[in-house]
Design a protein around this ligand. Structure first.
Ligand code: LLP
Length: 437
């Protein structure tokens, strides 16, 4: 893909040597709202949702797209996706709470937790949210809680671990024998048999093999096995699945050399075999679910940061900015690449090699290594791209740096959708015992 096309896909372009995001001059936004600041473009969230929706619609009548809330749980983002018809995948009580606060009804939420507590189960059951269990022992516990709350045992789902996973980093490969998630072949039949014996009447099944998957062939390997286990469980235990959930994991082109996720191939290798299974085997008509997180929100957001220091130590040149791994942890945690561009175009032809460094007191606080950019100056602003997924949600107040603000660009207007934290916010839950006063 041409570089300008790659930028355009993210609604970024240079006009009169100034970077524009949607119809906004990014430098002006930085001046108005301060830095560091996360800026989200509503149109991109909607476009990505519709892109996936069109793929599913082209081959299926019945499906649900559950946005993985962990990617970006801002209430405005949830509301935008809700208005497009999205369902939601939550991994904690807090995420369910946020969805309910955003006006999302419980029938649109699935709770894919792991290491669930009894309180987690109670919260989900009381709020009528479908639970996707992650171990056999959890089934015993959830059954008891249903009984103690005198709630009807309706739907239950299990996360199946197909023993093959993939992902952009070893921390994000979520299937395999040594991985903590899901139930393997050796226990999956017992799980459904036991659930049936306990009196559950409707069943779902789920896999999520990993995150940031760019090679669709990785899905195929897991899906072939998944589909045969779906059929086998259905026959052996004797029921028809209500839903079959394929999880998320769809990668995005973080680097200008990367191609967008190939949904045509996904359709061919994953969706069509699923449809064939329904059409040709006697397993009922389960609804297909998928759980994209990154694909829906990553490209919708830039993190804008200001250069405070340029330092040539004789060996390397560091560009010091006001965002660090407290603001965006992906580069230091996973070695992830985020493209970084100045918010203006320079006339100078001189190219420099820079490490873009945050203000955190650790030498690992580098947001971009050996980046070739034209000569920069203190006071310039930079945009760190594709930070709408696992950006703000993984940020922290390490080094007592308050978290950044979040801004939404929508139909030619900009809105603060989360105020920047203050020093007061950092201290508000602390208590000093009397004897220390
Ligand atoms: N469903 C389940 C059960 C998941 O655990 C996840 C992500 C998703 C869906 C969505 O995956 P996605 O479509 O976003 O790849 N912090 C990491 C990503 C962790 C993903 C964890 N689970 C990162 O910054 O890359």
């Amino acid at each position: 893909m041409e570089y300008s096309e790659w930028l355009k896909r993210k609604d970024l372009q240079f006009i009169d040597n100034k970077l524009y995001f949607s119809s906004f001059n990014v430098q002006e936004l930085a001046m108005e709202y301060g830095t560091p600041v996360y800026i989200t473009n509503e149109k991109i969230v909607r476009t990505r949702f519709n892109q996936i929706n069109d793929v599913l619609k082209s081959v299926l009548n019945d499906y649900n797209i559950h946005y993985a809330v962990k990617a970006n749980s801002n209430l405005s983002v949830l509301t935008i996706l809700h208005s497009e018809g999205s369902y939601f995948d939550c991994t904690s009580q807090g995420e369910i709470y946020s969805c309910l606060k955003a006006g999302i009804t419980s029938d649109k939420i699935i709770y894919t937790g792991n290491m669930f507590t009894d309180e987690d189960f109670k919260f989900a059951i009381e709020n009528n949210v479908i639970i996707n269990l992650d171990s056999l022992s959890q089934l015993d516990r959830v059954n008891k809680i249903y009984e103690s709350l005198r709630k009807e045992k309706k739907v239950i789902s299990f996360r199946y671990n197909p023993e093959f996973g993939a992902g952009h980093h070893v921390h994000d490969i979520t299937a395999g024998k040594e991985i903590k998630f899901g139930i393997l072949d050796n226990q999956i039949f017992d799980a459904y048999q036991k659930a049936k014996d306990f009196g559950f009447r409707q069943f779902g099944i789920h896999i999520h093999i990993g995150s940031g998957i760019t090679n669709v062939m990785n899905y195929q390997k897991a899906i072939d096995k998944y589909l045969s286990i779906v059929e086998e469980i259905s026959k052996k235990v004797g029921f028809e699945f209500e839903f079959v959930d394929f999880g998320g994991g769809f990668g995005i082109p973080y680097h200008p050399n990367e191609e967008p996720f190939n949904f045509d191939l996904y359709k061919k290798l994953v969706l069509v075999p699923f449809i064939d299974l329904i059409n040709n085997r006697d397993i009922g008509e389960p609804v297909l679910k998928i759980e994209p997180g990154r694909f829906l929100t990553a490209e919708s957001t830039i993190l804008v940061t200001k250069i405070n220091t340029i330092k040539d130590n004789g060996y390397k040149t560091f560009v010091g900015v006001d965002a660090g791994f407290n603001t965006l942890i992906r580069p230091i945690l996973y070695g992830s690449y985020h493209h970084i561009i100045p918010c203006f175009m320079s006339e100078t032809a001189k190219t420099m090699k820079y490490d873009i460094a945050g203000p955190i007191c650790e030498s690992g606080d580098i947001l971009g290594k050996d980046r070739e950019i034209f000569e920069l100056n203190e006071g310039d602003t930079l945009a760190i791209l594709d930070t709408g997924a696992y950006g703000y949600t993984m940020s922290s107040c390490y080094n007592s740096r308050p978290r950044a603000a979040e801004i939404l660009l929508s139909n030619g207007k900009s809105y603060i959708i989360r105020e920047a934290e203050t020093y007061e916010d950092l201290l508000q839950n602390q208590k000093v015992p009397d004897h220390l006063k």
